[in-house]
Design a protein around this ligand. Structure first.
Ligand SMILES: NC(=O)c1ccc[n+]([C@@H]2O[C@H](COP(=O)([O-])OP(=O)(O)OC[C@H]3O[C@@H](n4cnc5c(N)ncnc54)[C@H](OP(=O)(O)O)[C@@H]3O)[C@@H](O)[C@H]2O)c1
Length: 289
């Protein structure tokens, strides 16, 4: 028996269609077109690719995008001035600063300049703080963590009462995923680089979320038979068989894991497309307010 393969592209497609309907309704009933501004600094090819994918997804969903590109040599003051200008622009409902910023730029200062009401990435400390508190609602839920939850919900994976083990505790993935799972009444164990005897913990997981950035780190023996495995990792490894000489793999050894898991997300085609879908969702939500 092999696991069910969770099709992130299909589920993200469903969400993108829902966003498109929502954007059409907003335009029809209120004359508002949701708008997302993207800020790209420098010539990082991966960042440029991510931004172009996000803009394409916006166009398909009826969201206006306002691309801004600054040279790698842009000063912190210039970047801050741009972000502040976008913050004051009524046509812009969401601001996405593509990370990483070039060396020498204070990333925190730039992100802090994004108004909370337009922080569609959901990285603002007040957003994360609200996530951690009972009875509070964050302005926006960070996209990748929200994508993980949405995959679980839309595949009808039981979360309430399940033991969820999260590998990784970063601000952008591990920690918010853990908080969201807790909100949904999972029993959550968060593992990190200092965790002792990791495999004995991951083997208890009904839901295993891997977000550590180590290629194929999670092996077959670390997975409980029948578990749902969500692989957030995006890692490039050499592959001489390919023209590019490399390929993308997750944090989970997919070929081995699929033999023991109950359901599993592939990389690519799992969590990745969900991140973009949730960015569109957040932008629509912001415009709706
Ligand atoms: N699909 C998407 O859209 C998307 C979005 C964002 C990120 N990602 C991917 O997700 C992965 C994680 O990203 P990130 O930004 O969260 O990474 P990160 O900031 O580098 O954090 C990695 C986390 O994993 C832990 N860790 C590292 N090695 C470990 C080990 N051997 N055993 C146990 N824990 C270990 C670290 O522990 P310590 O805290 O102790 O250092 C840290 O908490 C990356 O591959 C990234 O590319 C994908």
């Amino acid at each position: 028996v092999t696991a069910r393969r969770i099709d992130g592209n299909a589920i993200a497609g469903e969400i993108r269609r829902e966003v498109k309907e929502g954007a059409e309704r907003l335009r029809r009933e209120h004359g508002i077109t949701p708008g997302l501004a993207t800020v790209l600094v420098g010539l990082n090819p991966a960042s440029a690719l991510y931004v172009s994918m996000k803009r394409k997804a916006c166009a398909e969903a009826g969201i206006a995008s306002f691309p801004h590109e600054l040279p790698a040599a842009a000063s912190q003051a210039e970047i801050l001035a741009l972000v502040r200008r976008l913050g004051a622009d009524a046509a812009v409902h969401g601001i996405l600063v593509q990370l990483p910023l070039p060396p020498g730029i204070d990333e925190r200062a730039v992100l802090d300049a994004v108004p909370l009401s337009k922080d569609v990435d959901g990285f603002h400390p007040l957003n994360i703080g609200a996530l951690a508190m009972k009875g509070r609602e964050p302005e926006f839920i960070p996209c990748t963590p929200n994508g993980v939850i949405e995959l679980l919900l839309r595949t009808k994976t039981p979360v309430d009462g399940a033991h969820a083990v999260v590998l990784g505790r970063s601000n952008i993935v591990g920690m918010p995923v853990s908080l969201l799972l807790l909100q949904r009444n999972a029993t959550v164990t968060v593992c990190h680089s200092r965790t002792r005897d990791l495999a004995s913990i991951t083997r208890q997981a009904d839901i295993l979320v891997a977000a550590i950035g180590r290629p194929r780190f999670v092996t077959r023996d670390m997975i409980r038979p029948g578990a749902t495995v969500i692989d957030v990792g995006v890692n490039t490894i050499p592959d001489p068989a390919r023209a590019s000489g490399k390929r993308t793999v997750g944090d989970v050894d997919f070929e081995a894991a699929i033999e023991v898991a109950g359901a599993i997300t592939p990389v690519p085609g799992g969590v990745g497309p969900m991140t973009i879908a949730m960015l569109l969702t957040n932008t629509l939500r912001s415009a709706g307010r």
